[in-house]
Structure formats: C-alpha cells, structure tokens
Ligand binder design. Structure first.
Ligand code: ACO
Length: 461
C-alpha cells in the first residue's frame, strides 16, 4: 500500500499552534488552531482539537468531501474515533485514570462496584447512590428461568467465553422491554446497566458450572457482588464455599483494574455495534467476542499456558525468550507489550504486588510466579524489549492470582469481561447521549481487480 504515498502530499502545523495552555474545561477542547494539508498543489486547512489533558488531534471529518482523499491508518494506531470523558491514559508516563481519578487511588480505596458507578455515571457515588445501585444489582441478579434450557444445550467442555457472549445476547430474547427500549426513556438505562453488570456475573458462573457438568448455583441476596460470584462458582448444593475476605478482595481488585481502558479492541467494538443503535446487551455481547482473542483479553489465559509450557520444558525461560525475539518462531512473550503503554502498565504494578500478597496469605509457592518474575527481569534488561518499549501489561500477573484462588484457566478471559462491563456500558452511554453520533463506518482503499466480467461455468478454465 506504500505506493499510494507517491502523490504530493504534505501536512504542516503552523508554528505555535499548540502553544496554548490546556485549561481543563470543556471550552478548551475545540481550539481554533488549524493544520494545513497540501495536496495536489492546493492547501486545505484542517481544524485541530485538544483534549483536557493536552492530547492533540487533527480533525479530518471533512477531508474526503473537501479533497477526495481518505486517511489510511493500519490498525487505527493514529485514529481517534471519538471524544470521550471516561478514561485517560498517558502511555508514555504509565498513567491511567477513570474520570480523572488515578487507578492507584481507586485500587487502594475503592471497590469494583463503587468504581463501576464512577465509570458509568462520571462521579463517585454518595452513600445513597451506592445503596441504590447495589439494590438494583441485587434485584436484577437472577436470570430468566428459561435461560437454563439454553445452558443445557451447550456441550460439557464448551469454552465459557463462547457461552458468555451467546447468553448475554440471548438475554435480550427474554426481555421484551429491552427490545423496545429506545435511548432517552428515563430510568430504563440505569436498570439495564445494573441488570447487565449483575447478570454477566451470574451468566459467567453458570457458564463455568455448565462447562464442567456441575449443577447451577443461584446467587444469594446477602452476598456482595464479588463474594456472590465466588459463591456461584464454587459452592455445592449441599455445602457453601468458604469465602475468605482476602480472596474476595483480590478478585474484586482484578475486576476494578479492568473496569475501563478507553478505546481498546473490545470497547471500540462495543461502540461500533452501539453506533447502529443495537441494544445494550447485543453491543456488550460483541465486546465479549472481541475480548476473547489472545492479543487482547485472552492474553491472561495465554500467559499462564506459556508459563506452564516453560515449566514443563524445564526451561529457565531463556530458551523461550530467545524464541520470542525470532519473528519466524511464531512466539511472543504473552503479557508483554501494549499499543498505548510505552512504559510499565500501572495496572501490572498493582497486580504484581497483589499477586505476592495473596500467594503469601494463602501459603502458595507457585513455580509459575518465579518463572514470570525471571522473564520480566530478563526482558527489562534485554535490548529487544527495551528498544521496542515492551513492558508487562495487566495480563502478565493477573492469571497467577486467579490460579491461586482456584479460578480455572478457561475462565480468565471471562473474569476480564466481567470487569470490563462498566467500561462498555459507559461507552455505550456516551454514544447514545451524543446528539451528533453517527453510525461507525470506516472506508477502505480497494486494491482488488478492476472491472471484470462474469464467465459462464462451462467456459472457465
Ligand atoms: N513479544 C515479543 N515481541 C513483541 C511483543 C511480545 N509480546 N509485542 C510486540 N512485539 C514486537 C513486535 O514483533 C514488533 O517488532 P518489530 O518492530 O521488530 O516488527 C514490535 O514489538 C511492535 O509490536 P506490534 O505488534 O506492532 O505492536 P502492537 O501495538 O500492534 O501490538 C500487542 C500490541 C498486541 C499487545 C502486542 O504487544 C502483543 O502481541 N503482546 C502480547 C499479547 C498480549 O499480552 N496482549 C494483551 C495486551 S493488553 C490487553 O489487551 C488487555
């Protein structure tokens, strides 16, 4: 595709365009600066936009109309698809904030449910708001009884991520209100948002039970969100699971750290589906599918599989590290690297500490943790990883915590999906509230055959 660039094209920013101070208010988001695009001997001014944290963008929304050209951006690495007020990431500095609040503060002082409210509604809840939100979660935790027949239809051994996506979508079949709900109809958003957050946990636990051929365990009103999930995963009909506060807190922290991460692959997918005005559950179900892949939310499963393989091979990690640097090996150091972070992922720092803490509390010596630490140490001093700015991401240590608390490997991406639900809902809300929102519809540059004609089958060679 590089040959497309031979046409004379130059884009320049006027000196001083970005010298403005970045006042953190709405008015500062649309500056009057312009960039100049020179194309085929003509100049085209392009407006620029600056975010509240100083992120700069050239607005190309009128580009094709004015010039006939589109932008080409493999993997969208330079494309801002929206203006958003939910999450801020500075990948160079390793900063992550939900609604302006640093992830470190939330990890230390908040809970998943309080953070979910923050992500969706934009502010920390008052006591009364949190109580109301918790009550809605409790009221909406049961699935329609007939959904059990759908679970019965899945074979034992089916991957719970496939069941999760299918069942979130199927939930719309059991809720006529959702099918007829249109954005702006008062209180319904808060009910559906709570229903989705609550039911994804019930569906996730049922998916696991079904994948193992175990009887389904219903949620209990008395338990809080994360404790209830562990209860549905691990209790038996004749004996309740012993809920250890440290285990509940460790899993709650994992959910919280995954609550949002701006325009990643799955969130962008949710926004894409939502842009056609599909319902909230359908949009979230698509997000689960996008999340599943090993380059995204499936990486936590892939990390532990990689560590297990290294352990089985009796490798100290060095052979595997060498393979990850060889492009022909097809191997990557899973849990390392990130499109946005060119520094240590702040979530990985928190998770690494939590990993040490929970293993100590539970008196577990996991050889995989030792291998992971050796790999990290080696990578941080290896020029291949240093030059490419590849650091541990959120998935590098989270799997070791999940293993320690008894969550099976195939459930790791499901845990990620439960955690990410508030972010998907908040992004869905942003799309729906934006009066100027348009259907997402990227263009392409066609590189296939030019005009060709149909040949009857008997004449084809
Ligand atoms: N191991 C070895 N080399 C790597 C790794 C890795 N984990 N990640 C990137 N590289 C190399 C690439 O081969 C490439 O090298 P080159 O410049 O010599 O060709 C360079 O680093 C840049 O990599 P890209 O693939 O272009 O980076 P991109 O931004 O497209 O991909 C991604 C980011 C998918 C996260 C990638 O780093 C990766 O595959 N990591 C492993 C999977 C993983 O951990 N995913 C979870 C991400 S976090 C999340 O989604 C929750």
């Amino acid at each position: 595709m590089r040959e497309l660039c031979f046409l004379a094209c130059q884009i320049s920013l006027r000196p001083g365009d970005f010298a403005a101070t970045f006042a953190a208010n709405e008015a500062s988001m649309h500056m009057n600066n312009t960039a100049q695009l020179e194309l085929d001997g003509r100049a085209f001014p392009l407006p620029t936009t600056i975010g509240t944290e100083g992120e700069k963008a050239i607005d190309v929304s009128a580009l094709r109309n004015n010039t006939g050209y589109i932008t080409l951006d493999d993997g969208y690495a330079n494309t801002g698809s929206c203006l958003s007020r939910i999450t801020f990431i500075d990948g160079e500095q390793g900063i992550l904030r939900y609604r302006g609040i640093p992830i470190e503060e939330l990890a230390e002082r908040s809970t998943f449910i309080e953070t979910a409210f923050l992500v969706i509604y934009g502010h920390l809840p008052t006591r009364a708001e949190l109580r109301h939100f918790s009550d809605l979660l409790t009221e909406n935790q049961y699935l329609h009884e007939d959904m059990k027949y759908h679970f019965q239809g899945f074979p034992t051994g089916a991957h719970p991520m496939a069941m999760l996506s299918a069942m979130i979508n199927a939930a719309s079949c059991f809720d006529e209100g959702l099918m007829h709900w249109h954005w702006g109809m008062g209180r319904e958003f808060e009910v559906y948002a709570a229903r989705l957050i609550s039911q994804v946990r019930t569906i996730a636990a049922f998916s696991y039970r079904k994948s193992r051929g175990l009887p389904l365990i219903y949620p209990k009103k008395a338990y809080k969100y994360t404790a209830n999930f562990l209860h549905m995963m691990f209790s038996c009909p004749y004996e309740d699971y012993d809920l250890k506060p440290e285990v509940v807190r460790a899993l709650d922290l994992i959910f919280l750290l995954h609550a949002d991460h701006e325009q990643n692959c799955s969130t962008a997918t949710v926004r894409m589906v939502a842009s056609s005005q599909a319902n909230l559950f359908a949009s979230a179900s698509a997000g689960v599918c996008a999340l599943w892949g090993p380059l995204h939310g499936g990486a936590n499963q892939a990390v532990v599989e990689m560590l297990q393989q290294i352990h089985r091979d009796g490798d100290d990690g060095s052979k595997f590290m060498a393979a990850t640097k060889d492009k022909h090996s097809g191997k990557r150091l899973m849990g390392f690297g990130h499109r946005i972070y060119k520094n240590y992922d702040p979530r990985a720092k928190i998770i690494k500490q939590a990993c040490d803490d929970i293993l100590k509390t539970l008196h577990i010596a996991d050889p995989l943790l030792e291998i992971a630490k050796k790999l990290e140490e080696a990578a941080l001093h290896d020029s291949y990883f240093v030059e490419r700015k590849l650091y541990p991401n959120v998935d590098f240590y989270s799997g070791i915590i999940m293993r320690a608390i008894g969550i099976p490997l195939e459930m790791f991406p499901v845990i990620f999906a439960i955690g990410r639900m508030p972010g998907w809902i908040a992004n869905y809300r942003e799309i729906m509230e934006d009066q100027k929102s348009r259907i997402y519809r990227p263009r392409q540059v066609y590189m296939g055959p030019t005009l060709n004609h149909f040949v009857p089958i008997e004449e084809r060679t």
